[in-house]
Structure formats: C-alpha cells, structure tokens
Design a protein around this ligand. Structure first.
Ligand code: COA
Length: 206
C-alpha cells in the first residue's frame, strides 16, 4: 500500500506487552481465530463458531483495521508463540470504542486478559485520543467483570484533570448485561447505579 507521496503506508501494526504479541486480525488469521473459538471456555460464552463464522469475522475485522485504524488483536505468548486469546477495541454502531477479551481456558488466571485490556486502553487513550472506552458482559460473567474492574483501577489514564462522563445506556444493549465505562484521565472511582433488572450497570468514571 502507498500513501500517494511515494512512501509505503504501514498497515496495522502489532503491539507488544510484557508477555504478549498483539497481532491485528485480518483474513490471514481465519484459521487461528476459528481454532480459538473451539476452546470450551470461549464457546461457553460465544457459542461454537463455524469456519464460515470465522471467515466472516476476520474479513470484517480486517476492513475495520483499514477503515477505522483499530479492531481486535490475536494475542500470542511472546516467549513461546502460543496462541493465548484475542481482544482489544472496536467501534460500536454509535461510534463508541468498546473493549473486550477472550482467553483460552487453560490460560485463565494468569492476567492475560487484563494485559490485553490494558494495551487496548493505552491504544484508545493514546494513539486514538479517546476520552472513554466502554465494555459489556453478561451480568453473570464474573471473570469478565473482574477484568473490567481491574482495569478501572489500573494506570491507563493520564494525570491530567478529568472530565466526568456518564455512561448512557439508552442505545446500548442492557438486558442481562453489565456495562462498564472507563474514562481516560483521573484516578478512577467506581460508581454503581441501580440497574433495570436484571442488568447491572456499572460506570467507572473520571
Ligand atoms: C473473561 C476472561 C478473558 C477472563 O480471564 P481471566 O484469566 O479470569 O482474567 P485475567 O487474564 O485478567 O486473569 C486474572 C486472574 O489472574 C490472576 N493473575 C495472575 N497474574 C496476573 C497478572 N500479572 N495481572 C493480573 N492478574 C493476574 C489474577 O489474580 C486473577 O486471578 P483470579 O481469577 O483467581 O481472581 C476469560 O474468563 C474468558 O476468556 N472467558 C470466555 C470469553 C469471555 O467471556 N469473554 C468476555 C466476553 S464479554
């Protein structure tokens, strides 16, 4: 690909964390994404994906990386090159940045999802200049909610004074889902609002 000024344009680039290589998902990773979505701990929440499902998803993700400059990564162990999971950012229909994660069940309990999430927040608040990132999960997905809460008290924000934002639930799915929002700037605090049953709504604001 070329920029029009004679310089080659870099496509989506990998990110690196302490333990993980985060590779932008595109069509060339269809097999890997399909394999990941055969993992029992992941199919429990997402249902089983077919090859066609994986192909459709990677095509859409590849397009989003080209158009929006962001979408999900596949995560590999930097030391062993083992597939760990996937995660990262994507835009909702309302053009809000949403973050998510999925890790192979045999690798749960090692902080990989939190590491992916932190990289996603750094990307959002850094390169993308976002002011907030939202996340959803089923209310009973205790592990995913724990990741969101760990990230809310993490160090991804800057030290600048923050602007409070509320997490409107008006146009987002709420039924039986927990919803989180992470602003960019200040020391996080957790505010819980009474949800419309059975959804739990939690908004971490700055
Ligand atoms: C949601 C999911 C990614 C969470 O995985 P997880 O392993 O629980 O989360 P983390 O990778 O952040 O690991 C946290 C655990 O590792 C421990 N840990 C070890 N080293 C750690 C480190 N360096 N940093 C953070 N936590 C660490 C934590 O203490 C915590 O342990 P605990 O579960 O005993 O409390 C996983 O359950 C999953 O893939 N589920 C299926 C897909 C899914 O539901 N995705 C979300 C859809 S919204």
């Amino acid at each position: 690909m070329f920029s029009g000024f004679g310089e080659p344009c870099a496509g989506p680039q990998p990110h690196y964390t302490e333990r993980l290589s985060l590779i932008p998902i595109g069509p060339e990773l269809a097999d890997e994404l399909f394999r990941l979505h055969q993992d029992p701990g992941i199919t429990h929440w997402y249902g089983p994906w077919t090859v066609d499902d994986a192909c459709e998803r990677v095509a859409a993700m590849g397009r989003a990386w080209q158009v929006d400059g962001v979408h999900k990564w596949l995560a590999y162990d930097r030391a062993t090159d083992t597939l760990v999971g996937r995660g990262g950012l994507s835009y909702t229909a309302e053009h809000r940045l949403e973050i998510g994660w999925a890790v192979r069940e045999s690798l749960w309990g090692r902080g990989y999802a939190t590491e992916i999430g932190r990289a996603g927040l750094d990307f959002a608040f850094g390169e993308l200049g976002a002011s907030e990132v939202i996340s959803f999960t089923e209310t009973h997905n205790r592990r995913s909610r724990a990741v969101m809460e760990r990230l809310g008290s993490g160090t991804t924000g800057t030290s600048r004074t923050a602007v409070s934002r509320s997490c409107s639930t008006s146009s987002e799915p709420t039924s039986s889902r927990a919803r989180y929002c992470r602003g960019r700037r200040e020391a996080p605090r957790l505010r819980r609002r009474a949800p419309a049953a059975p959804a739990a709504t939690t908004c971490m604001q700055h």
